[in-house]
Design a protein around this ligand. Structure first.
Ligand SMILES: CC(C)(COP(=O)(O)OP(=O)(O)OC[C@H]1O[C@@H](n2cnc3c(N)ncnc32)[C@H](O)[C@@H]1OP(=O)(O)O)[C@@H](O)C(=O)NCCC(=O)NCCS
Length: 151
């Protein structure tokens, strides 16, 4: 599939597209706080839009300046739009914003059963820091790998 990909900021109108994407992409829900005041997120979130009409994926981060970390809460691309570089573009956006903020690292959790995602991040310079045994209450197993890329 050839298409023009744009990364767009979140707002009150398109935040429902993020909800839709997450329902398909992740086997667990995000709390209401995750979706609140989308316009204040600025560079912490981006939707990937293909040909100005298809919402294909998204990244949503949080910034903890006290612990010097940009945390990726979710990053996903719908299956029909994978292997086109969209996930890499979303990750590049998060990494560039982290560098701009001057944080020391970018971190995220990957479900231990999601070997493909862990490999995807590994090939992009992330390393596995530790396994958290009780991270995903709603998944079985509950464990997650904490992955980190130092900047
Ligand atoms: C992991 C995930 C985000 C990757 O998204 P994606 O859009 O397919 O990612 P990319 O297209 O950038 O990379 C996928 C492959 O396509 C290749 N690729 C990159 N750019 C490409 C391009 N322009 N054309 C063709 N192929 C390309 C890459 O080489 C990559 O292969 P690699 O992993 O061996 O390096 C996606 O599979 C996903 O959403 N998975 C489910 C949700 C999830 O597990 N998220 C992670 C936890 S937060």
């Amino acid at each position: 599939m050839e298409g023009r990909v744009e990364l767009v900021a979140l707002d009150q109108q398109n935040v429902k597209q993020l909800r839709r994407l997450n329902t398909v992409l992740f086997p667990f829900p995000f709390g209401e706080q995750y979706y609140q005041e989308p316009e204040t997120l600025a560079e912490l979130a981006r939707l990937a839009m293909v040909d100005g009409k298809h919402y294909a994926g998204a990244v949503r981060c949080s910034l903890d300046s006290q612990s010097d970390v940009l945390y990726i809460m979710s990053l996903g691309v719908l299956a029909p739009f994978r292997d086109l570089g969209i996930g890499s573009s979303l990750l590049s956006h998060a990494l560039a914003y982290a560098a701009k903020c001057g944080v020391a690292s970018v971190q995220l959790h990957v479900w231990t059963q999601n070997a493909d995602a862990a490999a995807w991040y590994r090939s992009r310079g992330f390393r596995e820091v530790l396994v958290v045994e009780h991270y995903y209450r709603k998944l079985d197993p509950h464990s997650a790998i904490l992955m980190r890329k130092d900047l």
